[in-house]
Design a protein around this ligand. Structure first.
Ligand SMILES: Cc1cc2nc3c(=O)[nH]c(=O)nc-3n(C[C@H](O)[C@H](O)[C@H](O)COP(=O)(O)OP(=O)(O)OC[C@H]3O[C@@H](n4cnc5c(N)ncnc54)[C@H](O)[C@@H]3O)c2cc1C
Length: 375
């Protein structure tokens, strides 16, 4: 008997995990513009300590043991026919192919800044871009970080840690940064930033230069629509949360007015039988937090339930953001709960317990050592 075929569109943080849960039960085809997981997590570590970041967050698909049965296709999705149940993919050589599905999981994420782009990239191109951003910031005597969300705060903290001589300034529009976290989280994080010498500038809404795509680190002064004087710096990092869903390849009837995929509480796509969505692209709730809330297991279960005609389970979003804000630090990894309290994995446990046992074995089901290939 032939097994059902599940196409996972986008093998980023959450598509990969969904594929990993399904691979033993159905035929899985994973389609992605990258040949590796290029995680959207930990911007600051990526910029300040790119080798360390790559070890944890840039990992070739061939290294995941649980993806062994998954066929991966590197290419750009450019069409979806609900009537024929196929997606079309443009391959790196310019040719196209179609992939039929019984179930389609949409996990193409969002475009954000220069660090989360949907472009087709080889591992070498990913590595070159990583290094270029790091070198530009390493050479700067002063850095503006624009934005108040977790990516901006994470970047400011990690850049100041890596280069204590560099003047790092954080500009954000509200009274406090991390507005989607519990206020207690900002209380803790702002103390750490201040101790690292980051200057904090609340009430500053930067003006995005006309025509600027937010796709690179800029040089020159930043202007503010809130009336303060321009802020000059050698380098400016824009992390203003202006995300764009990667859904240009899908029929508009499946999208909300902002272009995110409309889903019902069980992560099924409204009006498209056998189609599901997860991660930053899925309009589950205002925070679109199904990736960080680890809905991948529930979704994989719902895919199997759908295929066997059973009722689907419901995803319950959280009202506040939670998780690690600063990433790995010299004293370990601090994780903030939705109530703004935090607990910390001590530094000694990161490479002895957390990464090898909880993340690599527990979450991903085993990752082979890097042989220097795709990583
Ligand atoms: C284990 C885990 C821990 C996390 N911890 C935290 C945390 O502590 N704090 C926090 O704030 N967040 C955390 N997050 C969430 C994280 O910040 C983001 O929400 C997550 O990176 C989004 O994943 P995604 O799969 O939706 O998107 P992405 O990881 O961006 O994946 C999308 C993929 O689709 C590809 N793609 C896009 N368009 C196309 C196309 N047309 N054709 C083919 N491929 C395409 C992209 O290239 C990319 O590879 C965590 C997530 C996970 C899974």
């Amino acid at each position: 008997m032939t097994r059902p075929r599940v196409v996972v569109a986008g093998l980023g943080d959450t598509g990969l995990l969904t594929a990993r849960h399904l691979s033993r039960h159905v035929d899985v085809v994973g389609i992605s513009t990258k040949a590796a997981l290029v995680s959207g997590q930990e911007l600051g570590m990526r910029l300040a300590r790119p080798d360390e970041w790559a070890r944890e967050y840039l990992i070739g698909f061939d290294r995941y043991r649980k993806l062994d049965g998954v066929r991966t296709v590197q290419g750009t999705l450019d069409g979806l026919s609900l009537a024929d149940r196929v997606v079309s993919v443009r391959l790196p050589d310019g040719t196209s192919q179609t992939e039929p599905y019984d179930v389609l999981v949409i996990a193409t994420g969002v475009t954000n800044g220069f660090w989360r782009r949907p472009d087709l990239q080889s591992p070498r191109e990913v590595a070159t871009a990583l290094r270029a951003a790091h070198e530009q910031l390493a050479a700067a005597g002063s850095i503006n970080v624009i934005g108040g969300g977790a990516a901006a705060v994470n970047a400011a903290a990690n850049l100041a840690l890596a280069w204590p001589e560099t003047r790092v300034a954080l500009y954000y529009p509200g009274d406090r940064a991390l507005p989607q976290h519990h206020p207690r989280a900002w209380g803790t994080v702002s103390g750490i930033l201040t101790r690292r010498g980051v200057s904090l500038h609340p009430g500053h809404r930067a003006t995005v230069p006309p025509g600027f795509e937010l796709d690179h680190i800029t040089t020159g002064p930043v202007a503010f629509s809130t009336g303060q004087p321009d802020a000059d710096a050698d380098a400016t990092l824009w992390a203003i949360g202006r995300v764009r869903p990667n859904t240009g390849w899908m029929p508009e009837s499946l999208l909300d007015e902002a272009g995110f995929v409309q889903v019902t509480p069980d992560l099924a796509v409204a009006g498209a039988s056998g189609v599901f969505a997860i991660g930053d692209v899925a309009a589950t709730d205002p925070l679109r937090g199904s990736a960080r809330n680890r809905a991948d297991r529930l979704l994989a279960d719902n895919v199997r339930r759908h295929l066997s005609g059973q009722p689907l389970r419901t995803y319950r979003p959280r009202r506040r953001r939670w998780g690690s804000v600063l990433g790995f630090q010299p004293d370990g990894l601090r994780v903030f709960t939705p109530s703004g309290r935090s607990f910390r994995f001590p530094a000694w446990s990161i490479q002895t317990v957390l990464q090898p046992w909880i993340v690599r074995r527990g979450i991903y089901g085993g990752i082979r050592p890097d042989d220097g290939g795709a990583r």
